[in-house]
Design a protein around this ligand. Structure first.
Ligand SMILES: *Cc1c(COP(=O)(O)O)cnc(C)c1O
Length: 223
């Protein structure tokens, strides 16, 4: 088996105090999660509802699961009873559905807004202007069963560390702006989720509070 223990220790060694590690376990068997769990890791990230459902049913109940993938509105009801954070909210429609399903089970769900800054074309994520618009419109204030806790983003997939750093800086500036305009009184609006296996050292040097690391801990994924 891949040296999950050793890799996890290495990663933790590189993270500054206070930066949270989300161990991204998608496509990896539950034995890998158990190995990391035995080392004390409690936050794991998954991107597919069915795979998450299976793992959630088989693994310890004090694991805090983060949903990091694109979430279809018709899947929201399946994860809301137990999910700890939904990291990739990119529409008002999805936010509304999370609120509705959370109300039904008497929970309040922590979410992040997914930003799209990277150069790659993708259908997902909010541009900075989309993000401002969503918050300006104000409907989110009426949703009592979701808490917007910050931003998540993926940098461009490139070796150019300067470009990656500039994208993290753009995200951090937007975070500060939104904090001041909309969340000044909300202590819970405090998360900047950026940094993956290839760029987490750059990310923690650029205001990340939460890194999402898969490959470096668990090895290459077999799809
Ligand atoms: C898969 C994934 C990660 C982890 O990527 P690694 O390169 O394996 O560390 C992080 N964030 C998101 C949104 C992902 O889908």
């Amino acid at each position: 088996m891949y040296d999950v223990k050793g890799n996890l220790k290495q990663v933790l060694h590189h993270l500054p105090e206070g930066v949270k590690l989300v161990a991204i376990s998608k496509y990896h068997p539950k034995e890998y999660i158990e190995a990391a769990y035995a080392e004390g890791q409690r936050i794991f990230g998954e991107s597919h509802e069915q795979e998450l459902r299976q793992k959630h049913s088989e693994l310890p109940s004090d694991i805090r699961w983060h949903f990091i993938g694109h979430l279809q509105t018709n899947k929201v009801k399946y994860i809301v009873p137990y999910i700890s954070m939904i990291e990739a909210v990119d529409s008002m429609k999805l936010l509304r559905e999370i609120d509705k399903q959370a109300a039904k089970c008497g929970r309040t769900i922590d979410v992040l807004l997914e930003l799209h800054i990277a150069q790659e074309e993708t259908k997902y994520g909010l541009t900075p202007d989309d993000c401002r618009r969503l918050l300006d419109e104000g409907e989110w204030r009426l949703l009592n069963h979701v808490r917007i806790c910050g931003l998540m983003m993926m940098a461009s997939n490139t070796d150019d560390d300067a470009l990656i750093a500039s994208e993290f800086d753009t995200a951090a500036k937007l975070f500060d702006e939104l904090k001041e305009r909309f969340f000044a009184d909300c202590d819970y609006f405090c998360e900047r989720s950026w940094g993956m296996s290839s760029d987490y050292l750059v990310a923690v040097a650029h205001k990340s509070t939460m890194v999402r690391i898969g490959t470096t801990i668990f090895g290459p994924r077999v799809y």
